[in-house]
Design a protein around this ligand. Structure first.
Ligand SMILES: [Zn+2]
Length: 415
Protein backbone atom coordinates (compact mmCIF):
# COMPACT_ATOMS: atom_id res chain seq x y z
CA UNK A 1 0.00 0.00 0.00
CA UNK A 2 1.41 3.40 -1.04
CA UNK A 3 1.81 6.13 1.58
CA UNK A 4 -1.03 8.19 0.08
CA UNK A 5 -3.46 5.35 0.21
CA UNK A 6 -2.39 4.54 3.74
CA UNK A 7 -2.96 8.12 4.82
CA UNK A 8 -6.39 8.15 3.20
CA UNK A 9 -7.34 5.01 5.11
CA UNK A 10 -6.03 6.40 8.38
CA UNK A 11 -7.89 9.63 7.78
CA UNK A 12 -11.08 7.78 7.03
CA UNK A 13 -10.65 5.88 10.31
CA UNK A 14 -10.17 9.12 12.15
CA UNK A 15 -13.22 10.72 10.52
CA UNK A 16 -15.39 7.71 11.28
CA UNK A 17 -14.47 7.51 14.94
CA UNK A 18 -14.76 11.26 15.37
CA UNK A 19 -18.18 11.39 13.69
CA UNK A 20 -19.30 8.60 15.96
CA UNK A 21 -18.14 10.50 19.03
CA UNK A 22 -19.98 13.63 17.85
CA UNK A 23 -23.17 11.63 17.30
CA UNK A 24 -22.91 10.16 20.82
CA UNK A 25 -22.36 13.58 22.26
CA UNK A 26 -25.33 15.07 20.38
CA UNK A 27 -27.53 12.22 21.58
CA UNK A 28 -26.43 12.94 25.14
CA UNK A 29 -27.23 16.60 24.67
CA UNK A 30 -30.70 15.77 23.40
CA UNK A 31 -31.32 13.43 26.33
CA UNK A 32 -30.18 16.11 28.74
CA UNK A 33 -32.59 18.61 27.18
CA UNK A 34 -35.41 16.11 27.40
CA UNK A 35 -34.66 15.41 31.04
CA UNK A 36 -34.59 19.12 31.83
CA UNK A 37 -37.81 19.62 29.86
CA UNK A 38 -39.62 17.09 32.02
CA UNK A 39 -38.15 18.56 35.22
CA UNK A 40 -39.12 22.07 34.18
CA UNK A 41 -42.64 21.14 33.08
CA UNK A 42 -45.82 20.62 35.06
CA UNK A 43 -46.81 16.96 34.99
CA UNK A 44 -49.31 16.26 32.23
CA UNK A 45 -52.96 15.75 33.17
CA UNK A 46 -55.38 17.52 35.50
CA UNK A 47 -53.81 19.93 37.99
CA UNK A 48 -55.18 21.21 41.26
CA UNK A 49 -55.87 24.92 41.86
CA UNK A 50 -52.89 26.84 43.26
CA UNK A 51 -52.84 29.73 45.73
CA UNK A 52 -52.84 33.07 43.94
CA UNK A 53 -49.67 35.11 44.68
CA UNK A 54 -51.75 38.32 44.61
CA UNK A 55 -54.62 37.49 46.95
CA UNK A 56 -54.06 33.95 48.28
CA UNK A 57 -57.30 32.48 46.96
CA UNK A 58 -57.20 29.19 45.07
CA UNK A 59 -56.69 29.84 41.35
CA UNK A 60 -57.64 27.25 38.76
CA UNK A 61 -55.79 26.25 35.62
CA UNK A 62 -56.93 28.31 32.65
CA UNK A 63 -54.61 26.71 30.11
CA UNK A 64 -52.61 23.48 30.18
CA UNK A 65 -49.14 22.88 28.73
CA UNK A 66 -48.15 26.39 27.66
CA UNK A 67 -44.70 26.19 26.10
CA UNK A 68 -41.66 28.13 27.27
CA UNK A 69 -38.37 27.68 25.49
CA UNK A 70 -35.24 28.09 27.57
CA UNK A 71 -31.86 28.31 25.86
CA UNK A 72 -29.29 26.25 27.75
CA UNK A 73 -25.74 25.20 26.93
CA UNK A 74 -27.14 21.79 25.95
CA UNK A 75 -29.64 23.25 23.50
CA UNK A 76 -33.17 24.56 23.69
CA UNK A 77 -35.36 23.10 26.40
CA UNK A 78 -39.09 23.19 25.87
CA UNK A 79 -40.94 23.42 29.20
CA UNK A 80 -44.72 23.00 29.30
CA UNK A 81 -46.34 24.81 32.21
CA UNK A 82 -49.86 25.39 33.37
CA UNK A 83 -51.31 28.86 33.39
CA UNK A 84 -53.53 29.63 36.38
CA UNK A 85 -55.95 32.53 36.57
CA UNK A 86 -57.50 33.73 39.82
CA UNK A 87 -60.97 35.17 40.30
CA UNK A 88 -59.20 38.44 41.28
CA UNK A 89 -57.93 38.63 37.70
CA UNK A 90 -54.30 37.72 38.40
CA UNK A 91 -52.73 35.17 36.03
CA UNK A 92 -49.54 33.22 36.78
CA UNK A 93 -47.39 30.19 36.04
CA UNK A 94 -46.58 28.47 39.36
CA UNK A 95 -43.74 26.53 37.70
CA UNK A 96 -41.99 29.71 36.52
CA UNK A 97 -42.07 31.13 40.01
CA UNK A 98 -40.88 27.89 41.51
CA UNK A 99 -37.89 27.76 39.13
CA UNK A 100 -37.20 31.49 39.07
CA UNK A 101 -37.40 31.88 35.28
CA UNK A 102 -37.19 35.42 34.05
CA UNK A 103 -38.19 36.98 30.77
CA UNK A 104 -34.80 36.39 29.12
CA UNK A 105 -35.40 32.63 28.80
CA UNK A 106 -31.73 31.79 29.14
CA UNK A 107 -29.94 29.57 31.58
CA UNK A 108 -27.45 31.42 33.80
CA UNK A 109 -24.37 30.02 32.09
CA UNK A 110 -25.68 30.99 28.66
CA UNK A 111 -26.43 34.49 29.90
CA UNK A 112 -22.83 34.81 31.17
CA UNK A 113 -21.54 33.78 27.74
CA UNK A 114 -23.85 36.15 25.92
CA UNK A 115 -22.71 39.07 28.06
CA UNK A 116 -19.08 38.18 27.52
CA UNK A 117 -19.59 38.11 23.75
CA UNK A 118 -21.52 41.36 23.42
CA UNK A 119 -19.08 43.24 25.61
CA UNK A 120 -16.21 41.86 23.51
CA UNK A 121 -17.54 42.45 20.03
CA UNK A 122 -20.38 43.81 17.91
CA UNK A 123 -23.84 42.26 18.18
CA UNK A 124 -23.49 40.82 14.71
CA UNK A 125 -20.15 39.14 15.43
CA UNK A 126 -21.47 37.96 18.80
CA UNK A 127 -24.39 36.24 17.11
CA UNK A 128 -22.06 34.37 14.74
CA UNK A 129 -19.58 33.44 17.41
CA UNK A 130 -22.23 32.18 19.82
CA UNK A 131 -23.42 29.88 17.09
CA UNK A 132 -19.96 28.61 16.21
CA UNK A 133 -18.67 28.19 19.75
CA UNK A 134 -21.76 27.07 21.57
CA UNK A 135 -24.38 26.17 18.98
CA UNK A 136 -26.59 28.87 20.46
CA UNK A 137 -28.91 30.64 18.04
CA UNK A 138 -29.94 34.11 19.17
CA UNK A 139 -30.90 37.00 16.91
CA UNK A 140 -29.08 40.32 16.97
CA UNK A 141 -32.24 41.96 18.27
CA UNK A 142 -32.39 39.48 21.13
CA UNK A 143 -28.72 40.09 21.94
CA UNK A 144 -29.27 43.83 21.98
CA UNK A 145 -32.27 43.41 24.24
CA UNK A 146 -30.35 41.16 26.63
CA UNK A 147 -27.50 43.62 26.74
CA UNK A 148 -29.85 46.53 27.43
CA UNK A 149 -31.62 44.71 30.21
CA UNK A 150 -28.63 43.18 31.92
CA UNK A 151 -26.56 46.34 31.90
CA UNK A 152 -29.45 48.59 32.92
CA UNK A 153 -28.12 49.11 36.47
CA UNK A 154 -24.99 50.67 34.98
CA UNK A 155 -26.92 53.07 32.80
CA UNK A 156 -29.31 54.16 35.51
CA UNK A 157 -27.89 56.72 37.92
CA UNK A 158 -30.27 55.75 40.68
CA UNK A 159 -29.21 52.11 40.70
CA UNK A 160 -26.19 50.78 42.57
CA UNK A 161 -23.37 50.06 40.16
CA UNK A 162 -20.93 47.17 40.55
CA UNK A 163 -17.42 48.40 41.31
CA UNK A 164 -14.18 46.45 41.33
CA UNK A 165 -12.26 46.45 44.61
CA UNK A 166 -8.98 48.38 44.58
CA UNK A 167 -5.94 46.08 44.74
CA UNK A 168 -4.71 47.43 48.10
CA UNK A 169 -3.64 44.79 50.58
CA UNK A 170 -1.59 44.62 53.78
CA UNK A 171 1.15 42.81 51.90
CA UNK A 172 1.63 45.64 49.40
CA UNK A 173 1.09 48.48 51.90
CA UNK A 174 4.73 49.60 51.68
CA UNK A 175 4.50 50.16 47.92
CA UNK A 176 3.10 53.35 46.40
CA UNK A 177 -0.19 53.28 44.53
CA UNK A 178 -0.09 54.62 40.99
CA UNK A 179 -3.21 56.28 39.60
CA UNK A 180 -3.03 57.08 35.93
CA UNK A 181 -5.50 58.76 33.66
CA UNK A 182 -5.75 59.16 29.94
CA UNK A 183 -8.51 59.96 27.51
CA UNK A 184 -9.32 59.14 23.92
CA UNK A 185 -11.96 60.39 21.54
CA UNK A 186 -14.89 58.17 20.69
CA UNK A 187 -17.46 59.03 18.04
CA UNK A 188 -20.79 59.87 19.60
CA UNK A 189 -24.11 61.09 18.31
CA UNK A 190 -23.20 64.65 19.32
CA UNK A 191 -19.76 64.49 17.72
CA UNK A 192 -16.54 63.16 19.16
CA UNK A 193 -16.48 62.94 22.92
CA UNK A 194 -13.71 61.99 25.28
CA UNK A 195 -13.77 58.74 27.21
CA UNK A 196 -11.44 58.83 30.18
CA UNK A 197 -9.87 55.75 31.62
CA UNK A 198 -8.34 55.59 35.08
CA UNK A 199 -6.05 52.80 36.16
CA UNK A 200 -5.22 52.09 39.80
CA UNK A 201 -2.25 49.84 40.40
CA UNK A 202 0.19 49.09 43.17
CA UNK A 203 3.74 49.71 41.96
CA UNK A 204 5.42 46.47 40.95
CA UNK A 205 2.19 44.47 40.76
CA UNK A 206 0.32 43.47 37.63
CA UNK A 207 -3.23 43.67 38.99
CA UNK A 208 -4.92 46.82 37.81
CA UNK A 209 -8.38 48.24 38.42
CA UNK A 210 -9.93 50.42 35.73
CA UNK A 211 -12.67 52.99 35.92
CA UNK A 212 -14.07 54.73 32.87
CA UNK A 213 -15.87 58.02 32.48
CA UNK A 214 -17.57 59.09 29.29
CA UNK A 215 -20.39 61.44 30.10
CA UNK A 216 -21.22 61.52 33.73
CA UNK A 217 -18.45 63.01 35.86
CA UNK A 218 -20.49 62.92 39.07
CA UNK A 219 -21.38 59.31 38.62
CA UNK A 220 -17.78 58.52 37.91
CA UNK A 221 -16.54 60.24 41.06
CA UNK A 222 -19.18 58.52 43.13
CA UNK A 223 -18.09 55.22 41.66
CA UNK A 224 -14.49 55.85 42.64
CA UNK A 225 -15.58 56.75 46.18
CA UNK A 226 -17.59 53.54 46.39
CA UNK A 227 -14.75 51.31 45.22
CA UNK A 228 -14.08 48.78 47.97
CA UNK A 229 -10.73 49.69 49.48
CA UNK A 230 -10.98 53.37 48.56
CA UNK A 231 -10.74 54.42 52.21
CA UNK A 232 -7.28 52.81 52.37
CA UNK A 233 -5.97 55.22 49.75
CA UNK A 234 -5.72 58.08 52.23
CA UNK A 235 -3.12 56.15 54.22
CA UNK A 236 -1.00 55.26 51.21
CA UNK A 237 1.68 56.96 49.18
CA UNK A 238 -0.18 57.77 45.96
CA UNK A 239 1.30 58.90 42.64
CA UNK A 240 -1.27 60.60 40.44
CA UNK A 241 -0.12 60.78 36.83
CA UNK A 242 -2.19 62.62 34.27
CA UNK A 243 -2.01 64.32 30.91
CA UNK A 244 -1.96 67.89 32.27
CA UNK A 245 -5.65 68.62 31.88
CA UNK A 246 -7.00 70.62 34.86
CA UNK A 247 -9.82 68.09 35.29
CA UNK A 248 -7.32 65.55 36.51
CA UNK A 249 -6.01 67.67 39.32
CA UNK A 250 -9.42 68.83 40.47
CA UNK A 251 -10.45 65.21 40.75
CA UNK A 252 -7.26 64.36 42.59
CA UNK A 253 -7.82 67.18 45.12
CA UNK A 254 -11.30 65.91 45.88
CA UNK A 255 -10.53 62.21 45.98
CA UNK A 256 -6.97 61.89 47.13
CA UNK A 257 -5.56 65.24 48.28
CA UNK A 258 -2.29 63.86 49.61
CA UNK A 259 -1.29 62.25 46.31
CA UNK A 260 1.84 63.46 44.49
CA UNK A 261 1.01 64.92 41.11
CA UNK A 262 2.98 64.32 37.94
CA UNK A 263 2.29 65.27 34.36
CA UNK A 264 2.91 62.32 32.11
CA UNK A 265 6.42 62.76 30.73
CA UNK A 266 5.45 61.59 27.25
CA UNK A 267 2.65 64.12 27.01
CA UNK A 268 5.08 66.91 27.89
CA UNK A 269 7.55 65.64 25.31
CA UNK A 270 4.84 65.53 22.67
CA UNK A 271 4.27 69.23 23.25
CA UNK A 272 8.03 69.83 23.12
CA UNK A 273 8.37 67.97 19.82
CA UNK A 274 5.58 70.01 18.30
CA UNK A 275 7.22 73.23 19.39
CA UNK A 276 10.61 72.10 18.05
CA UNK A 277 9.05 71.23 14.69
CA UNK A 278 7.44 74.63 14.46
CA UNK A 279 10.73 76.32 15.33
CA UNK A 280 13.02 74.48 12.92
CA UNK A 281 10.75 72.74 10.47
CA UNK A 282 9.74 69.12 10.26
CA UNK A 283 12.69 66.75 9.77
CA UNK A 284 15.35 69.34 10.70
CA UNK A 285 18.09 67.83 12.87
CA UNK A 286 17.96 70.89 15.12
CA UNK A 287 14.36 70.09 16.00
CA UNK A 288 15.50 66.79 17.42
CA UNK A 289 18.33 68.41 19.34
CA UNK A 290 16.00 71.02 20.74
CA UNK A 291 13.52 68.42 21.98
CA UNK A 292 16.36 66.44 23.50
CA UNK A 293 17.54 69.50 25.37
CA UNK A 294 14.05 69.96 26.81
CA UNK A 295 13.99 66.30 27.83
CA UNK A 296 17.40 66.57 29.52
CA UNK A 297 16.48 69.64 31.51
CA UNK A 298 13.23 68.02 32.63
CA UNK A 299 14.92 64.79 33.72
CA UNK A 300 17.72 66.56 35.57
CA UNK A 301 15.24 68.75 37.42
CA UNK A 302 16.54 72.01 35.93
CA UNK A 303 13.05 73.35 35.44
CA UNK A 304 13.88 77.04 35.90
CA UNK A 305 16.67 76.77 33.31
CA UNK A 306 14.17 75.21 30.94
CA UNK A 307 11.75 78.09 31.45
CA UNK A 308 14.53 80.64 30.86
CA UNK A 309 15.70 78.93 27.69
CA UNK A 310 12.19 78.63 26.29
CA UNK A 311 11.55 82.27 27.00
CA UNK A 312 14.83 83.26 25.35
CA UNK A 313 13.79 81.44 22.18
CA UNK A 314 10.51 83.25 21.74
CA UNK A 315 12.00 86.20 19.73
CA UNK A 316 13.64 83.72 17.34
CA UNK A 317 10.52 81.97 16.25
CA UNK A 318 9.91 82.02 12.48
CA UNK A 319 7.91 84.92 11.13
CA UNK A 320 4.53 84.36 9.60
CA UNK A 321 3.51 85.81 6.23
CA UNK A 322 1.86 88.77 7.89
CA UNK A 323 5.28 89.68 9.27
CA UNK A 324 4.19 89.26 12.85
CA UNK A 325 6.17 87.23 15.31
CA UNK A 326 4.66 83.76 15.48
CA UNK A 327 4.39 83.15 19.16
CA UNK A 328 1.67 80.56 19.07
CA UNK A 329 4.05 77.68 19.74
CA UNK A 330 6.52 78.42 22.49
CA UNK A 331 4.26 80.55 24.65
CA UNK A 332 1.62 77.83 24.99
CA UNK A 333 4.34 75.31 25.81
CA UNK A 334 5.77 77.64 28.43
CA UNK A 335 2.33 78.29 29.80
CA UNK A 336 1.54 74.58 29.92
CA UNK A 337 4.77 73.84 31.77
CA UNK A 338 4.39 76.77 34.18
CA UNK A 339 0.81 75.76 34.88
CA UNK A 340 2.13 72.36 35.86
CA UNK A 341 5.25 73.65 37.63
CA UNK A 342 4.79 71.41 40.67
CA UNK A 343 4.07 68.36 38.58
CA UNK A 344 7.37 68.04 36.78
CA UNK A 345 9.49 66.23 39.36
CA UNK A 346 10.77 63.61 36.94
CA UNK A 347 14.15 63.65 38.64
CA UNK A 348 12.63 62.76 42.01
CA UNK A 349 10.35 60.12 40.55
CA UNK A 350 13.19 58.51 38.62
CA UNK A 351 15.45 58.42 41.64
CA UNK A 352 12.84 56.55 43.62
CA UNK A 353 12.16 54.13 40.80
CA UNK A 354 8.66 55.47 40.23
CA UNK A 355 7.00 55.64 36.81
CA UNK A 356 7.11 58.94 34.94
CA UNK A 357 4.43 58.40 32.41
CA UNK A 358 1.09 56.98 31.65
CA UNK A 359 2.25 54.78 28.79
CA UNK A 360 0.65 51.83 30.55
CA UNK A 361 -2.74 53.51 30.66
CA UNK A 362 -2.41 54.59 27.02
CA UNK A 363 -1.97 51.00 25.92
CA UNK A 364 -4.79 49.94 28.25
CA UNK A 365 -6.97 52.46 26.43
CA UNK A 366 -6.47 50.48 23.25
CA UNK A 367 -7.72 47.19 24.58
CA UNK A 368 -10.16 48.36 27.24
CA UNK A 369 -11.92 51.14 25.31
CA UNK A 370 -10.95 51.43 21.68
CA UNK A 371 -11.11 47.78 20.70
CA UNK A 372 -14.85 47.68 21.29
CA UNK A 373 -15.83 51.32 20.94
CA UNK A 374 -13.81 52.58 17.99
CA UNK A 375 -14.67 50.09 15.28
CA UNK A 376 -15.50 51.31 11.79
CA UNK A 377 -18.83 53.11 11.56
CA UNK A 378 -19.57 53.01 15.29
CA UNK A 379 -21.39 55.90 16.86
CA UNK A 380 -22.51 55.91 20.49
CA UNK A 381 -25.17 57.79 22.34
CA UNK A 382 -23.55 59.42 25.40
CA UNK A 383 -25.53 57.11 27.66
CA UNK A 384 -24.44 53.98 25.83
CA UNK A 385 -20.87 55.20 25.60
CA UNK A 386 -20.79 55.51 29.38
CA UNK A 387 -22.40 52.14 29.80
CA UNK A 388 -20.06 50.27 27.47
CA UNK A 389 -16.98 52.03 28.85
CA UNK A 390 -18.03 51.09 32.40
CA UNK A 391 -18.66 47.48 31.39
CA UNK A 392 -15.33 47.16 29.62
CA UNK A 393 -13.46 48.73 32.52
CA UNK A 394 -15.20 46.45 35.01
CA UNK A 395 -14.45 43.36 32.98
CA UNK A 396 -10.81 44.31 32.51
CA UNK A 397 -10.57 44.82 36.28
CA UNK A 398 -12.25 41.71 37.64
CA UNK A 399 -11.76 39.17 34.84
CA UNK A 400 -14.27 37.47 32.58
CA UNK A 401 -15.78 35.03 35.07
CA UNK A 402 -16.18 37.40 37.96
CA UNK A 403 -17.64 39.96 35.54
CA UNK A 404 -20.77 37.89 34.85
CA UNK A 405 -21.23 37.29 38.58
CA UNK A 406 -20.95 40.98 39.38
CA UNK A 407 -23.50 41.92 36.73
CA UNK A 408 -25.87 39.30 38.05
CA UNK A 409 -25.38 40.67 41.55
CA UNK A 410 -26.02 44.22 40.33
CA UNK A 411 -29.24 43.13 38.66
CA UNK A 412 -30.44 41.42 41.81
CA UNK A 413 -29.65 44.53 43.84
CA UNK A 414 -31.45 46.74 41.32
CA UNK A 415 -34.55 44.53 41.12
ZN1 LIG B 1 -56.04 36.38 43.29
Amino acid sequence: MGPEKKEARLRAGYEDSYDEAVADFEAFRRQTCERLASQWSDPPGKAKPRPCPACGKAARVRKYGVERRIVTRFGEVSAKRNYHVCSCGHGFYPKDEELGFDEDNLSRDVLARVLDFVVSDTFEASRERLRLHHGIELSETKLRHLFERQSAPLADREKPCPVAPLPLTKANAHQPVVIECDGSMVRQTRGFGEVKLFGVQVLGETKRVFLAEAKDKDRFEAQLFESPGFEKLSKREVLWIGDGQPYNWGLKRRLCPQARELVDFYHVMEHAHQAAKALFGDGDACADLYARRVSRLLLSGEIETLFDELKACIPYQPRTKAGKKEEAVLRPLLKYLKGNRNRLDYKGFRERGWPMGSGAIESAHKWVIQKRMKQAGMCWSPRNAQRMATLRALRASVGIERFAEMLEQANRMAA
